[in-house]
Each structure stands twice: as structure tokens, then as C-alpha cells.
Design a protein around this ligand. Structure first.
Ligand code: BGP
Length: 468
């Protein structure tokens, strides 16, 4: 590329506690909802979790964090997005006191990052909550959970806000609608959950998000708190106006969540949707007041775009990330059926920026692929040119969006080190610049190896994107 990304652009990577740490029951931690989905988000809920499942040890970031952070530093990371495991801090969720050993672990991680000048970005709830809150309280369907989350968030802000500037409340909050146990600890499949119950849980999460935004700002006015949505844009399948209207509705699955976080109230279109679908939720005056505490920035994950059609006979399904949609004939897809669309990220950035005029942060993006570890000049590596071309094409489109005038704070690629996949809960699907010797059958040495993309990303960061 001729020009470079802004000097202050925050380059880095993103991981989630339940997919990386392992140490599932160590130092006081108890089961999390993520542990109870041993075969992925659409598999059965298993309580207690089985003897051996991949997330139990994951890639053992809990014991390898120093080694991993050193590798991230070698690539030149400016930021690492981590999530805090709620059950490490409040093992049951309704405990009166936090678990000091859990708090200490994240102090250690944040301090280790600081040693190399890497900022931490914290997601407070990345697809998990203490399992006890799901089994005993019904997860986010229960209003009481808001208070438990407030207490947890307050504990985190008091402990870390002097050293952590960027905070996110819920990971991909819009996905609660599609995977209710994964997103909100509701003990049922999306199809089985009554829509009023589902939207009540969503409402509680939205109120909790706004409430902890207020708490965070009052504890430390210098921190930046953002929302996080799964950000695949919708395209109309054809120029048929009915497809366009369908696209508008589908897009609102995502935009509703950002609208509430940015505008501090429910958009009018939701009231029509509720009325037409016989959805009743309890929204108190105090909830409405709390929702007015809006976010400082918007973050999103981007893996793919989707197509919307009003034609019910058109049943060409693309599997997609959590949601599925109609297949776009113009796009290639990954082995897992996710449609690869670099231009979609430029479109998404412009869509969000035009609508909200708030800074944006891309907090997940990447290609899940099967990697082969090979020996080259006496060392083990992976020739992941496919990953390099995927990321390179997306970064070039992000650059275009910046040229369009969009304010982009940074980019954290998903799984800079291989971690357990969320949707299918396996190690076969890898995203990293760093290969971890761990496999679906639970075997592996946990050794780390640099892939070809490791040096590629290092060069991208070192040249502020000029090498792209
Ligand atoms: C997002 C989740 C992540 C992550 C990613 C990739 O939806 O926020 O936790 O896992 O998708 O998905 P997967 O791991 O299923 O490939």
C-alpha cells in the first residue's frame, strides 16, 4: 500500500477466557455456562460437564500467558483483547465476596502485557456466566442477575480501571437471540424459548450494559466503555423491493442493539415488532432512565456478510457464524461455510459510522481453517498463505473505510494464537498466527509454533500497514 494506517491505530489480537485459559476449576473457579456446552453452541447442554472436553484445558493460557504475551509482543501488538471469566471472580455469581485468586490472575496478565507496552482491552462477559446463575436463576431471564453483574463489573472497574482504558460489556450481545444459552444462560434452544422470555433476557442485558457503563464512568471517568455486536451486514438477494425490506428487518437484528447502546432508548420499530409478534416485556421507568447511559464507542466482530430474501422458496442456506442465511453466489466460503467478503467490512464500518458518528473498533476478524504443521529447515511451522490473503484483503478494506472518513480506533484479529472454537468447540478450526499443539481428541503437547502469518502480521504492524 502507498499510504499507512494512522500512527495511533491499535493493532492487536483478541481471545476469550473460556476458549483459551483452560484451568476450568482452578484457584476457586467454578463451572461457567461455557463449560456446559462441550460440543459447541448448538450442541446439548451437559451438566455437570463431561470428564474430558476441550475447554477444560483449552490451550492452557492460564499457565502459558507469559510465553504467549511474549510472542504477541514480538509481533508488535499494541493491544490484546481478553475477556474475564465471571466465575473466576464470583464462582457462583451470587457470592458476597470476590475470589482473590481470580482477580490476581488478571492482574498478572494485565501487568505482563504492560511490561511490553501492550494495552489490555477487557470484555466483561464473553459468552459465559457462572453456571449456577443459569441453573438456579434462569440466567438473564431473571432481573436479579442485573445486580450480580453490576457487582461483578464494579469489582473489575475498582481493581483494573487505573490500568485498562478500553472495556466492553457483552460479547456479540445480538447473538442472544440466536443462541440463548451461549449468550444469556437460558436453559433452552432458541426455537423453544418463548419470544417474550427471550426479549426480557435481552432487555435485562441491555439494562445491565447501560448500568455498568454508568458505574464504570463514575469509578474512572477516563475509561472508554463500548458495546460489542456481531457485525455481518445484510445484502438484498435481488433488487426486488421486498428483498430490500427483508434486508432492513434482518439488519435490525444487529442495529437494534447498537441503537439502544448509542441512543439510550428503544427504537420505535421494535415496538411495532413486539406488538405484531405478541411480545410483552417488563420495562420499568427506572430501566428507561438507566438506558440513557450510552457508550463511548462501538465495537464489532466481522467474519462474513449475509443475504436477505423475501422469497421463501429460496432455500440455499449458508451455515454462517451462529446465524445462517441465504447463500451469496458471488462469494467463496470457508470450510465451515462462512462467506468470505472483505468489502463487507468497509460497508459495515461506513454503515455504523454514518448512523452513529462514534469511533469504531474491530475486535474480531479472521479465518478459521485447518492448518498442517510441517517441518521447514529443522523448525515446525504452518504455511498459512490462505490466512494471510484473507486478513490482508480485509485490512485493505479497513484502510479504505478510514480513507472514507470512518474513525477506526483499532483492529484485534480473532484468536492470534489457536484457541478452541466457540461454535463447534474444536481445535481443528484454527485462527492463529501461533499454532498450538492441541487436538480434537484432547491430545497434544501444548507447544507453540510460529506460523508463516506470524512474520507477516509483525511486518504489517511494524510498517503501519504499508506492507499490505
Ligand atoms: C464469534 C465469537 C468468538 C469466536 C468467533 C469465531 O462469534 O465471539 O468467541 O469464537 O466467533 O467463531 P468460531 O470459534 O466458532 O470459529
Amino acid at each position: 500500500m502507498q499510504k499507512s494506517f494512522p500512527k495511533e491505530f491499535l493493532w492487536g489480537g483478541a481471545i476469550a477466557a473460556n476458549q483459551s485459559e483452560g484451568a476450568a476449576l482452578e484457584d476457586g473457579k467454578k463451572w461457567s455456562t461455557a463449560d456446559a456446552l462441550p460440543t459447541g453452541i448448538f450442541g446439548n447442554i451437559v451438566i455437570p460437564p463431561p470428564e474430558n472436553y476441550l475447554k477444560k484445558e483449552a490451550v492452557d493460557f492460564y499457565h502459558h500467558y507469559k510465553e504467549d504475551i511474549k510472542l504477541f509482543a514480538e509481533m508488535g501488538f499494541k493491544i490484546l483483547r481478553i475477556s474475564i471469566s465471571w466465575p473466576r471472580i464470583f464462582p457462583n455469581g451470587d457470592d458476597t465476596e470476590p475470589n482473590e485468586a481470580g482477580l490476581q490472575f488478571y492482574d498478572n496478565v494485565i501487568d505482563e502485557l504492560a511490561k511490553y507496552g501492550i494495552e489490555a482491552m477487557i470484555t466483561m462477559s464473553h459468552y459465559e456466566m457462572p453456571l449456577h446463575l443459569a441453573t438456579e436463576y434462569g440466567g438473564w431471564t431473571n432481573r436479579k442477575v442485573i445486580q450480580f453483574f453490576e457487582k461483578y463489573a464494579e469489582t473489575l472497574f475498582k481493581r483494573y480501571s487505573h490500568k485498562v482504558k478500553y472495556w466492553l460489556t457483552f460479547n456479540e450481545i445480538n447473538m442472544t437471540l440466536h443462541a440463548p444459552f451461549n449468550g444469556a444462560g437460558i436453559m433452552a434452544d432458541a426455537e423453544e424459548v418463548d419470544k417474550s422470555v427471550l426479549y426480557q433476557a435481552v432487555h435485562h442485558q441491555l439494562v445491565a450494559s447501560a448500568s455498568v457503563t454508568k458505574i464504570g464512568h463514575s469509578i474512572n471517568p477516563n475509561i472508554q466503555i463500548g458495546c460489542m455486536v456481531a457485525g455481518g451486514p445484510m445484502y438484498p438477494m435481488t433488487p426486488n423491493p421486498s428483498d430490500m425490506i427483508e434486508m432492513m428487518h434482518k439488519d435490525r437484528n444487529t442495529l437494534f442493539f447498537a441503537d439502544v447502546h448509542v441512543r439510550g432508548k428503544y427504537p420505535n420499530y421494535m415496538f411495532r415488532y413486539f406488538a405484531e409478534n405478541d411480545i410483552q416485556i417488563e420495562m420499568t421507568d427506572s430501566d428507561k432512565e438507566i438506558l440513557k447511559n450510552t457508550v463511548d464507542f462501538i465495537s464489532f466482530s466481522y467474519y462474513m456478510s449475509y443475504c436477505a430474501t423475501a422469497d421463501e422458496d429460496l432455500n440455499i442456506q449458508s451455515r454462517g457464524n451462529i446465524m445462517s442465511a441465504v447463500k451469496n453466489p458471488y462469494l467463496e466460503e470457508s470450510e465451515w461455510g462462512w462467506q468470505i467478503d472483505p468489502q463487507g467490512i468497509r460497508y459495515m464500518l461506513n454503515l455504523l459510522y454514518d448512523r452513529y458518528q462514534l469511533p469504531l473498533f474491530i475486535v474480531e476478524n479472521g479465518l478459521g481453517a485447518v492448518d498442517d504443521l510441517i517441518e521447514k529447515n529443522g523448525e515446525f511451522t504452518v504455511n498459512d498463505d490462505y490466512r494471510i490473503s484473507y486478513l490482508s484483503a480485509h485490512l485493505q478494506q479497513i484502510y479504505e473505510a478510514i480513507e472514507d472518513g470512518v474513525e477506526v480506533l483499532g483492529y484485534t484479529s480473532w484468536g492470534p494464537i489457536d484457541i478452541v472454537s466457540n461454535s463447534v468447540c474444536e481445535m481443528r478450526k484454527r485462527y492463529g498466527f501461533i499454532y498450538v499443539d492441541r487436538h480434537n481428541d484432547g491430545l497434544g503437547s501444548f507447544k507453540r509454533y510460529k506460523k508463516k502469518s506470524f512474520d507477516w502480521y509483525k511486518e504489517v504492524i511494524a510498517t503501519d500497514g504499508k506492507s499490505l
